[in-house]
Design a protein around this ligand. Structure first.
Ligand code: HEM
Length: 598
């Protein structure tokens, strides 16, 4: 495409803006690779086959961070630097952001951390990963600052409206996150609830940044005659944020009002800008299939959002509608500007995402939980199987579409970066880096080693409400959401304090929270109520080991080995632990008495 073509707003992107685009497409590629893990583990049959071999939680953290944070905010860097005069500062911002992303990706080589799957910005709780994420954010903030710098524009264009507004809201999101960090209760332990609260306000405001970038992408694709609608859309997308900031400033960050405030801001303020925009699509959108497709997905996502009634896959369907619509529009801009040889990937991607969203919605309306491996679901009937099969088919189709889009686009981008002749070398190099980065996340994290032998289920005669609450707790336990699991089992135990399974699962939730004394007490409670409960001794041994009471740990683990069946998948680990503890205690072999209850 030559610079003089009437369809581009001004001279085509070059230099640092293409470098941001490269970072964005790299992140989308990787996020897609991690989505393969998620789709496989959410899909019936595939999940049973690969259930324990793939690290679901780390894959979810990386899928979300690389897509929602790195892909979207790199596209922000692309648009902002397309708007600005190129300078050393704009390259510095890109350099800092890119080094941050690379640090996040290689962090498992130097450290191991727990994958914390809180909402909005899940993290790997480890210094290098968090440091890399912070670096990325600093780089993006640098590019946003340059976009707001007066007189730095390359040319005047109405596109500056949504892009400047997006830079402004980015700083609002950083401000709110900073303020929250300073006001988080000191006594809170740094766990998923801590991270969820830290990113709650800023994470919600970030959705408004993404919306403003969507408006910019539609403008590049539509190039409408009248620019007034454009100003109205930008205004209606940014005003709710400007109103929200002072209103939320006085709210305590650990209060339910604070959480509800941002959920309401999203529910009532994130779609007002569609009013002046949709009529324009009707008038100017003819022949602009990608704009229509992204609008349909986005509006579907908003619509599904209204149907959210509980913390289940309806939420995930809502996400993939809105972020899928935005991603499709960005892909349209890439095809429009780079004109790669192949362009059909985007259609396959869009149709796959639509199936994925419908599958997630259907499964969610049936109560299927978020962030859980299929094979860990309590029971599978056709009601749960069919929707999750649709998730699998839709997800894999979208992934095929994604890679069909990315490979020719990356080749065209390397060409544009004058790396054309060496494109095959660059592509080869990039592919090796990509595979290397993904493989080192397998099976690095210890999280995979903490699953409970078998999460106990209550006896059938229990009341259905209690049973449901118990199952929710069991699912959160499997998903590693230990705080939420503790809340659920507390409720169950308050209604039925003599339920051995609830004591047992509470013990494992406490282990997950590294509250070892409480864990020991709950396991002893379970053993009290049902001495034959083998997996309580496994947990008890782990609690005693963490409390450095090896003789007691040894006793408990020997009892587990003695009582469990020989097909128990945890037998190998139990024997290894006994061997290790005996060696370190230099204790003679043979049966020992059970640890005393304290
Ligand atoms: C090829 C396309 C994609 C596929 C197949 C895919 C698949 C998935 C799957 C299977 C999950 C896990 C759901 C669960 O267990 O709860 C997930 C979660 C998520 N994905 Fe995607 N995804 C895709 C694209 C994207 C994009 C482009 C974004 C954002 C830009 C995105 C953002 C998210 C978020 C935020 C979550 C977490 C949802 C939650 O917290 O419940 N995904 N994705």
């Amino acid at each position: 495409m030559t610079s003089s073509s009437p369809s581009s707003p001004w001279s085509p992107p070059a230099g640092v803006s293409l470098a941001w685009l490269l970072l964005g497409l790299f992140a989308l590629f990787l996020s897609g690779l991690f989505a393969i893990v998620l789709v496989v583990l959410r899909t019936p049959f595939l999940s049973q086959w690969l259930g324990n071999a793939l690290p679901f939680r780390s894959a979810l953290v990386l899928h979300v961070d690389l897509a929602v944070a790195v892909w979207f905010l790199s596209m922000a860097g692309f648009f902002w630097s397309w708007l600005q005069r190129e300078s050393l500062w704009s390259w510095l911002a890109w350099g800092v952001a890119t080094s941050g992303v690379l640090t996040m990706l290689v962090s498992p080589l130097a450290e191991s951390g727990v994958a914390v799957i809180n909402n909005y910005l899940p993290v790997i709780h480890a210094p290098l990963f968090l440091g890399g994420l912070a670096f990325f954010v600093v780089g993006v903030a640098g590019s946003a600052a340059l976009a707001l710098w007066p007189g730095n524009d390359r040319e005047s264009t109405p596109l500056a409206w949504p892009l400047r507004a997006a830079a402004l809201v980015t700083f609002a999101a950083l401000l709110v996150t900073g303020k929250t960090w300073l006001n988080l209760p000191q006594q809170w332990s740094v766990d998923s609830h801590w991270f969820e609260t830290l990113f709650w306000g800023g994470g919600h405001l970030l959705q408004f940044v993404h919306t403003l970038l969507l408006i910019a992408a539609w403008w590049v694709l539509l190039r409408p005659g009248r620019e007034s609608w454009f100003r109205w859309s930008t205004l209606l997308a940014v005003v709710p944020v400007l109103v929200a900031l002072p209103l939320s400033w006085g709210l305590a960050v650990d209060s339910p009002d604070y959480r509800a405030f941002y959920t309401d801001l999203m529910a009532y303020g994130s779609w007002l800008w569609l009013f002046p925009t949709l009529p324009l699509l009707v008038r100017e959108g003819k022949g602009k299939g990608v704009v229509w497709a992204s609008a349909v997905l986005f509006v579907l996502g908003i619509g599904v959002g209204v149907a959210i009634r509980a913390d289940n896959l309806v939420v995930t369907a809502h996400y993939h509608g809105t972020v899928g619509g935005i991603t499709l529009a960005f892909m349209g801009v890439v095809l429009h500007l780079l004109r790669p040889q192949r362009t059909d990937g985007i259609k396959v991607y869009g149709s796959g995402l639509l199936l994925l969203i419908l599958g997630l919605l259907w499964a969610g309306l049936g109560g299927a939980p978020r962030k859980s491996i299929f094979s860990h679901l309590p029971e599978s009937t056709w009601d749960t199987l069919l929707p999750l099969l649709l998730v699998g088919v839709g997800g894999l189709t979208a992934l095929v579409g994604l890679f069909l889009f990315l490979l020719p686009s990356l080749a065209a981008l390397l060409e544009r970066l004058n790396l054309g002749q060496r494109a095959p070398m660059w592509q080869g190099g990039l592919a090796i880096v990509l595979v290397g980065v993904v493989l080192q996340w397998f099976p690095a994290h210890p999280v995979a080693s903490l699953p409970t032998p078998t999460v106990a289920q209550p006896q059938p005669q229990e009341d259905p409400e209690l049973r449901l609450r118990f199952q929710q707790g069991a699912m959160m336990l499997h998903a590693g959401e230990y705080e939420h699991a503790v809340v659920a089992f507390h409720e169950v135990l308050s209604k039925n304090p003599r339920l051995p399974e609830a004591h047992l699962n509470m013990g494992y939730a406490m282990l997950g929270l590294q509250r070892y004394e409480a864990a020991r007490d709950f396991f002893l409670g379970a053993v009290d109520l049902r001495p034959a409960q083998a997996n309580a001794y496994f947990g008890l041994a782990e609690a005693y080991e963490a409390l450095e009471d090896l003789p007691a740990a040894l006793g408990a683990m020997r009892t587990f080995i003695h009582m469990t069946h020989n097909k128990d998948p945890f037998l190998v680990r139990a024997r290894a632990a006994v061997w290790e503890w005996e060696k370190s205690l230099k204790e003679p072999k043979g049966p020992v008495k059970l640890p005393d209850k304290h």
